[in-house]
Design a protein around this ligand. Sequence first.
Ligand code: HXC
Length: 257
Amino acid sequence: MPTFLLTEPLHNGVLILRLNRPDALNALNTALLEELADLLDDAGLNDDVRSVVITGNERAFAAGADVREMAGLDAVGVMQDPRPRYWARIAAFPKPLIAAVNGYCLGGGCELMMHADIVVASSDAQFGQPEINLGIIPGAGGTQRLIRAVGKALASQMVMTGQPIDAERALQAGLVSELTEPELCLERAIDIARRIARQAPLAMQQAKDVLNRAQESHLAAGLAYERKAFTLLAATEDRNEGIRAFIEKRRPDYRGR
Ligand code: HXC
């Protein structure tokens, strides 16, 4: 049974996950990361799950890796740390992941947020990579994903000063796609997740895969990859259904085939 991750019953194809270590501002300990990787693996294989929303509480999305747990690791411990494997499984989740961020989103929390495809932030959210204040650097994508998201100057400033940016700045920089009032953040993320959940699942998975590929490839390779995925989708029943429904002026009935 999950302890650090609460789930709500699946509704309209949307699975809601809530990070649940409120006493530690949702610091990501190994057990939490393992639960998250397990849950996302299951959700990836469950056809009824069409999109996932991940959130924290009103004070924190997550304030980073668990510093107390990290304190106990020497170099060999870090080398043998199972956490990179959990991060890799989270990154490989093939369905849309939407983050709803209130409050602190720091260190490993900011890195987890950057694994989401879409981020809705509360106006009180703070984003930062404060690892440098602990004599370390980000270790789960906080330099690589951040620089791709916000560019070199702002990423370097965040990583080198350790100072967070506010929600407005995060929106301006493209780190998040929307801002809301604090109490509306989760609701808005669920709205987006529901809309996504109604779309053709195979097209959605291809969309995620191709969008992610853009971060890793040069333009010509990315365009070729996109075209292959586009062509592959021509073989799906849902593609025919989507086009037929448009012509017949009705809502499509997608089957994931
Ligand atoms: C463990 C944490 C924690 C963390 C907060 N807590 N962040 N415990 N790991 N990352 C705990 C505090 O110890 C405290 O527990 C409780 O949560 C409330 O936090 P306070 O500090 O009392 O709250 P506040 O004064 O409001 O300050 C909030 C804060 C501060 C600014 C977010 O907690 C903070 O600076 N936290 C550390 C942030 C950080 O450095 N993150 C990066 C970690 S390194 P008690 O028991 O005292 O009440 C990292 C590396 C990633 O993420 C590498 C990935 C592989």
